[in-house]
Design a protein around this ligand. Structure first.
Ligand code: FMN
Ligand code: EPS
Length: 388
């Protein structure tokens, strides 16, 4: 039993679609929860003018009846309000107008390689689908995965730990769920108020200097059972699957589990999580350097992964490029743009992690109805005497 999440849609086309296939029947869904995550993705200091136009909302058009899943594919449709301003340029059908082509590829975006690969002369044919507008559809689908995970006791949360060279104060291990109260009210979704103020300032200074800014977010899953994923085959190792899903986010450039790159410099005796047992807690650890994954499987501890985002490629003072029609030197396309999207990317990271984990639960526990899944999870927890 696999869970599939597929998206369709262009940034300025009529709308986006997400299809989620493989959720069990009987799962309760709430429109509000889907739209809440979509609204969270639109926030964050550093977003551009497009976010003032969109009010993201997903229309559920298949797979759900009276608030419960039916077991078939679920279709979510997210209209692009901006399409009203792009109807001529993005109409699916030929129009009676001269629509100019875009010939100035932006370094760091998919523009140049996309036109080479797909035999296009118009960069717009590439940038429309390469755009991270697509992540609105992923977040809509991810909200369904979160609802499924919630039904088996799992919560997925994120926060920003770095913007440019401004870091949140280091912590001993990942934060607890209670620490996240109010994170969405913070302008950069950071848990450290002092660092948050410095991050906002940094974004303002860089934006004024026509720069864009990257950073790092952390996404954490709480309440997992041990043993999701497997050591037996490379493609079943959960760290590989999670890393791939998170790196597929537009502009994500690196992932680190637990202590991540810090482990490369640490001695072995400070790198692994010693194993203890007592009657009350069963097997347990006192540290979580591994970030909740050993041998490609969840340990049952919080699963925490950090994702590095590169700065946005569209710059208000454009980089050097080449006109693909004339091959003459030129400045890259200058468009309305975000300057920092790390807080928004954290919400997309939640959706991607929720998808991979929900898929891992579907593969391990099967079940046609959500109650079958719950019972199977409960039986497993009893078998391994898991008290987490
Ligand atoms: C939420 C979000 C919003 C983004 N907004 C912009 C933007 O306004 N302008 C831009 O050039 N890139 C933006 N990006 C980044 C590009 O989509 C990304 O750099 C591009 O797809 C190439 O990514 P890659 O090098 O990781 O493949 C955004 C990314 C995310 C996650
Ligand atoms: C539309 C979204 O993000 C877009 C992602 C994006 C890009 O190149 O990735 C470019 C910008 O699009 P526009 O040119 O329309 O302003 C962002 O606004 C969104 O997040 O919903």
């Amino acid at each position: 039993m696999a869970l599939n999440l597929i998206t369709a849609g262009e940034s300025h086309g009529p709308g986006l679609t997400c299809i989620v296939e493989g959720l069990p029947a009987g799962l309760g869904l709430e429109q509000e929860a889907i739209d809440r995550d979509m609204a969270r993705r639109q926030l964050g200091h550093g977003r551009g003018g497009r976010m003032k136009i969109e009010r993201d909302h997903a229309n559920v058009t298949a797979g759900v009846r009276h608030g419960r899943t039916l077991g078939g594919p679920i279709a979510l449709q997210v209209p692009n309000r901006d399409y009203a301003n792009w109807e001529e340029r993005m109409n699916p059908w030929p129009v009676d107008a001269d629509v100019p082509e875009v010939h100035l590829p932006r370094p760091g975006h998919a523009d140049l390689v996309g036109v080479q690969k797909y035999r296009f002369s118009d960069v717009r044919n590439v940038l429309e689908r390469a755009s991270a507008r697509e992540t609105a559809a992923r977040v809509a689908g991810g909200a369904l995965c979160k609802a499924f995970l919630g039904a088996v006791g799992v919560q997925v949360l994120s926060h920003v730990v770095q913007i440019g060279d401004v870091h949140a104060a280091p912590r001993e291990g990942p934060p607890a769920p209670a620490d996240f109260a109010g994170v969405d009210e913070d302008p950069v979704r950071c848990l450290d108020p002092e660092a948050s103020a410095a991050m906002v300032k940094h974004i303002n200074v860089q934006r004024k200097a026509n720069e864009s800014i990257g950073g790092v977010f952390e996404v954490i899953a709480f309440g997992l059972v041990p043993g999701l994923g497997s050591h037996v085959s490379w493609e079943e190792r959960l760290d590989g699957r999670i890393g791939g899903a998170l790196c597929s986010i537009q502009a994500a450039k690196g992932v680190a589990f637990g202590d991540g790159f810090g482990l490369a410099a640490a001695p072995g005796s400070h790198s692994h999580d010693e194993i203890f047992y007592d009657e009350e807690r069963g097997y347990h650890r006192l540290t979580n350097h591994a970030g909740g994954l050993e041998g490609g499987m969840t340990t049952g501890q919080p699963l925490n992964v950090r994702v590095a985002m590169k700065p946005i490629p569209t710059l208000t003072k454009p980089l050097r490029s080449v006109d693909i029609a004339t091959h003459e030197p030129a400045q890259a396309l200058r468009e309305r743009t975000d300057s920092c999207v790390v807080p928004a990317a954290g919400v997309v990271g939640e959706a991607m992690l929720a998808y991979v984990l929900a898929d891992a639960y579907r593969q391990k526990f099967g079940g046609d109805h959500i109650d079958d899944v719950r019972e199977a999870v409960e039986r497993y927890r009893e078998r391994i005497a898991w008290r987490g």
